[in-house]
Design a protein around this ligand. Structure first.
Ligand code: ATR
Length: 272
């Protein structure tokens, strides 16, 4: 039995053991996947102890994604550009770091929801850790334009500059969005965790085919409600992204791609 774990603080709410347990059962992989509450002042020690005990890899969740990035000996480009990692793989003395959040989001949008990003006008709300992880995978889809909107305009401008070599990405404040139209709007702010609404001019959602909320399990958030009222035909929360990023880590660790549909269906809470 090969050992894996997710580490975070708090960790009680993590769905990762359930998801990876389902993947392992469905693919016949002999793994054990546990949840570890990392002490806030002892992240690195906990990771090293898990490795020393024979651990093969870890998922990283809040608040350790930056520390995990620093701990790695080798970082894949996605993690490097995101400046954060959500998955580690241990091989001898090496600690490899990748970031599957963005690719999980893209796979959910394009494969599960069946909405193409190529040639689309995409609006991404937020410029924090969650948004940063999405930028490279988004631009790899060749959207017509990716607009990153943030309250603190300087953060969005910094991101747009950093990723300019990878595609057409521009920064915006919220007020300047008035009058613009997009094919899809993705909320990567942490506003929904506080039941807040980003200061998005409501008409910006009119004509959009998809509104996507990265936060999951909260039902219709203020953002999704705004989208619903604007007549957006397709609403999604981040449950599919969560399962898809887990699938990418599973492939990375095990070399076997699990089917995600049944797991997503089982975890989906209707958006009402
Ligand atoms: P995360 O890792 O979840 O992305 P973060 O790095 O702290 O968390 O980033 C939070 C993001 O949500 C930021 O883009 C933040 O905007 P600012 O940079 O302007 O602070 C955004 N955010 C949080 N609450 C918000 C709100 N009520 N309205 C709009 N944006 C909000």
């Amino acid at each position: 039995t090969d050992r894996y774990a997710v580490i975070g603080n708090p960790i009680g709410h993590s769905k990762s053991p359930l998801i990876h347990g389902s993947f392992a059962a469905a693919t016949g992989q002999d793994i054990a996947y546990s949840a570890i509450e990392g002490p806030l002042d002892g992240f690195a020690d906990t990771v090293h102890a898990f490795r020393a005990a024979g651990g093969f890899g870890m998922n990283i969740t809040a608040p350790f994604k930056l520390q995990a990035f620093d701990l790695a000996t080798d970082r894949l480009e996605r993690a490097e550009l995101a400046g954060a990692t959500n998955a580690l793989k241990f091989e001898g003395s090496r600690i490899y770091a990748d970031n599957f959040d963005g690719v999980g989001l893209v796979n959910d949008i394009t494969r599960n929801l069946g909405v193409a990003m190529k040639g689309a006008r995409v609006l991404l709300l937020g410029a924090g850790g969650a948004a940063r992880g999405a930028l490279l995978p988004f631009l790899a889809q060749a959207p017509a334009e990716l607009v990153v909107a943030n309250r603190t305009m300087a953060t969005a401008a910094g991101l747009a500059g950093k990723f300019a070599a990878h595609g057409r990405v521009v920064a915006s404040g919220y007020a300047e969005l008035a009058g613009q139209r997009f094919d899809m709007v993705i909320n990567a702010t942490s506003a929904s965790l506080k039941a807040e609404l980003p200061p998005l001019p409501a008409e910006v959602l009119q004509g959009a085919g998809l509104a996507y909320e990265l936060v999951y399990g909260k039902g219709l958030t203020p953002f999704l409600r705004l989208a619903q009222n604007a007549g957006v035909p397709r609403l999604a929360d981040g449950v599919g992204m969560l399962v898809e990023q887990a699938a990418e880590a599973f492939v990375w660790w095990r070399g076997v791609r699990p089917d995600t549909r049944a797991v997503i269906d089982r975890m989906t809470i209707p958006l009402i």
